[in-house]
Design a protein around this ligand. Structure first.
Ligand code: GLU
Length: 500
């Protein structure tokens, strides 16, 4: 049996997600426990949504957690490049092999035809999927149309009958009817591969022996298994981990729980506590200890002990565990030095000084003024939102709209935040002073404080989001129904002035 090799394959399309760290942790434990290695591959085939910043943030966040990798875009290795955007020639060569064997075919169908097909299938209550139209074309015609440069994608041939059966390390045999499996696009019209194709080719070429990933990929496995068969490659062993859940059992989402690793770093959690907590998601130490280090987890690891019930990511439990680490593992000197490192993260102190300096008369004023930049969620009461020109409902509306607007920013800096807030105030037809009042209270806990734009810029979106959410709940919360109404209102805001 070849040496065990596992991988984490994040797509750099957003904030570093705790779910990525969770899957990375289990892959790393599995590999190390078998004396194998663990690699990191960047899956940036979605050119529209992938960014260099997101890639860097993911690498930084996993490094902060101590989940280092043996091969990857930053550390190199024998199977690189480890970024899919640099592997286009490899995919081209491999798709040609499938085309030559007629296991894949060009599809020239227009998006109009595909939309109409989907509509008809919906009406007829059939599983939506490609109907094989271009599979009927004669080889000569296929070649002529491809050579003439006609726009096309490349799809894989998929059997229409029978079942695809495969083994999952946690679930045993899984069976999916081929009729449920679409003739997946492998190469898009821009010549780039889809996730499914690039993922299988890379796992094989990089020597991955065990694919341990989130449960959301299990329905894709027939496509992957079929590609291994088409290439006549030995398939890796698959293991689909249960998804992390919110306390209400829904899939962990940032609407309900902070999901960005940056948030946990900004709020002052210790990386070793967060890794320990992620290790408790669906898994437990044989002796039932709740507090364990990464090394202890690796030494005792056994993947068959993963339980399939959706593990709940519960921040209160994480708080309890983090508190234990702070009290039990850090002596006073370590506590002091790690606190200072945390408080000065991203040069935060230097950013705060120019904001508070105009307001201080003594050094003893500093901590009071600086606290809002260092605190997590500031305590609030509904009375703090009383205002001569705004009702509490209006305050709630301003806060919710501001949160949505801030979440949509692609750049997080003072100017971008200021422009966004001024535009929103104008769209709501409010004086900027009145508009900013609930934001001041929500963010700083005071009606007057240092510049709100600077505060938001320094705090970052994750902490700002937590404070705005807290303010919304202090104002009575946003029920599903209210959210729907607010969403309707928000969508039409400023539409009149938008160019068409
Ligand atoms: N790029 C995929 C993701 O972002 C990887 C899924 C897999 O592990 O196969 O989740």
């Amino acid at each position: 049996m070849p040496d065990v090799k596992t991988r984490i394959a994040p797509s750099p399309t957003g904030d570093p997600h705790v779910g990525t760290a969770y899957i990375a942790l289990f892959n790393r434990c599995f590999a190390h426990q078998h004396g194998g290695s663990f690699l990191l591959r960047i899956e940036d085939t979605d050119q529209q949504r992938s960014t260099g910043k997101s890639e860097q943030d993911i690498l930084n966040a996993l490094s902060w957690l101590g989940l280092s990798w043996d091969e990857g875009p930053d550390v190199g290795g024998d199977s690189g490049p480890y970024r899919q955007s640099q592997r286009t020639a490899i995919y081209r060569e491999h798709i040609q092999h499938l085309l030559d064997k007629e296991l894949a075919f060009p599809c020239f169908c227009s998006s109009d035809r595909l939309t109409e097909l989907r509509r008809e299938q919906m009406v007829a209550k059939q599983t939506p999927g490609y109907d094989g139209h271009c599979l009927q074309l004669e080889p000569g015609e296929r070649k002529r149309r491809m050579d003439s440069g006609e726009a096309h994608v490349i799809r894989m041939v998929v059997p229409r009958e029978g079942d695809c059966r495969f083994d999952d390390m946690l679930r045993g045999e899984v069976s999916i009817n081929w009729a449920q499996v679409d003739m997946q696009v492998l190469i898009k019209s821009d010549g780039l591969p889809t996730y499914h194709f690039a993922n299988v080719v890379d796992d094989h070429l990089m020597g991955v022996t065990h694919v341990i990933r989130g449960e959301e990929w299990i329905n894709s496995l027939p496509k992957h298994a079929l590609l291994y068969e088409y290439f006549d490659w030995e398939s890796p062993t698959f293991c689909h981990m249960p998804l992390l859940r919110n306390p209400d059992k829904s899939k962990l989402s940032k609407r309900k729980n902070p999901t960005s690793i940056n948030y946990y770093q900004d709020m002052g959690y210790l990386p070793e506590a967060l890794v320990n907590y992620l290790g408790m998601m669906g898994w437990s130490m044989p002796g039932g200890e709740e507090k364990f280090s990464l090394a202890e987890m690796e030494a005792a690891f056994d993947i068959s002990r993963v339980s399939l019930g959706g593990p709940i990511f519960d921040i209160e439990k994480l708080d309890w565990l983090n508190g234990r680490y702070l009290r039990e593992d850090l002596n006073d000197a370590d506590f002091a030095s790690r606190f200072v490192v945390w408080a000065s993260k991203d040069d935060r102190l230097h950013k705060i000084i120019p904001l508070i300096k105009p307001r201080v008369e003594r050094f003893s004023d500093v901590v009071g003024l600086a606290s809002q930049f260092i605190d997590g969620v500031v305590p609030l009461t509904p009375a703090q939102f009383e205002h001569k020109a705004l009702s509490q409902d209006q305050c709630l509306r301003i806060l919710q709209f501001s949160l949505w607007r801030l979440e949509s920013l692609s750049e997080w800096d003072r100017d971008a935040i200021e422009t966004a807030m001024q535009t929103l105030a104008a769209q709501l037809d409010l004086k900027i002073r009145d508009f900013l009042f609930p934001l001041f209270v929500a963010i700083s806990g005071k009606a007057v404080s240092t510049s709100i734009m600077d505060s938001l810029a320094i705090l970052g979106l994750d902490v700002a989001r937590a404070r705005l959410r807290n303010a919304l709940s202090v104002l009575g919360g946003v029920s599903k129904k209210l959210a729907k109404n607010l969403d309707k209102e928000y969508r039409v805001l400023g539409q009149a002035e938008q160019p068409d």
